[in-house]
Design a protein around this ligand. Sequence first.
Ligand SMILES: Nc1ncnc2c1ncn2[C@@H]1O[C@H](COP(=O)(O)OP(=O)(O)OP(=O)(O)O)[C@@H](O)[C@H]1O
Length: 263
Amino acid sequence: MTLEAIDLAFGYPRAPVGRDVSLSISTGEVLCLLGPNGCGKTTLFKTLLGLIPSQGGMLRLDGRDVASFSRPEFARRLGYVPQANSAYFPFSVLEVVLMGRASRIGAFSTPSASDREAAKAALEALSISHLGPRLYTAISGGERQMVLIARALAQEPDMIVMDEPTASLDFGNQARVLERIRALAASGLAIVLSTHDPGHAYACADRVALMKKGRLVALGTPAEVVTPARLKELYGIDVAVAFVEAAGRHVCAPSLTQVDVQP
Ligand SMILES: Nc1ncnc2c1ncn2[C@@H]1O[C@H](COP(=O)(O)OP(=O)(O)OP(=O)(O)O)[C@@H](O)[C@H]1O
């Protein structure tokens, strides 16, 4: 499948956020979106997912205007891993993952045995089956993040949009999720993710889009766009980008001499 944005404009009523965004993402690919806080990453994602209407331009899925898809038809194709927010409703983890089946179940039906199997398989794929019976309100933020990824997997979509999937994860789980993202793409999914760690782009992305003030300032392979000059343009700080042989890839490290530390 291919999702294509052409000169997309996006934002909220009376509050435009971004425009002129053109990109495409296809099966087997990982696209990483980098950009400072508030530049519009989440708003772009919500627009790609059809959760808020676009404010201009065109969005096509497999060459077809997304406006011509029914809501459930479109929702089945695209999974969403939102930022892990606080949880208020005391559902079990398994129930939360089952919610990923909603677009396949229908409004008035109950989950079938195969829906339960898909939910359990998603938990298993992320090695978090042990969390299944736990209350979603009583697990850690990082565990919740993994559960939200499982929920998207249970949906069996063609593409998953992940909003900062590594944000609240410990060092080990960050690496596991980045590896999982690569494996999911290799298994035939398209993945779009945002992150605040440019090194993650080198770890898992085929292509990287850099966003500043709601516009893309660069789009290309990690080596082409995740450079000290581009990172300075994006974040206003000096960043060293170096190949680390033991890691087998480039890593990014900000230079701390630019931070004013008071004794
Ligand atoms: N519901 C809303 N209504 C109006 N403006 C909003 C709404 N949600 C976000 N914004 C504004 O839209 C802009 C882009 O926000 P968005 O959440 O897309 O940024 P982001 O790049 O995802 O940021 P972060 O990295 O901090 O998560 C911000 O100026 C934000 O204040």
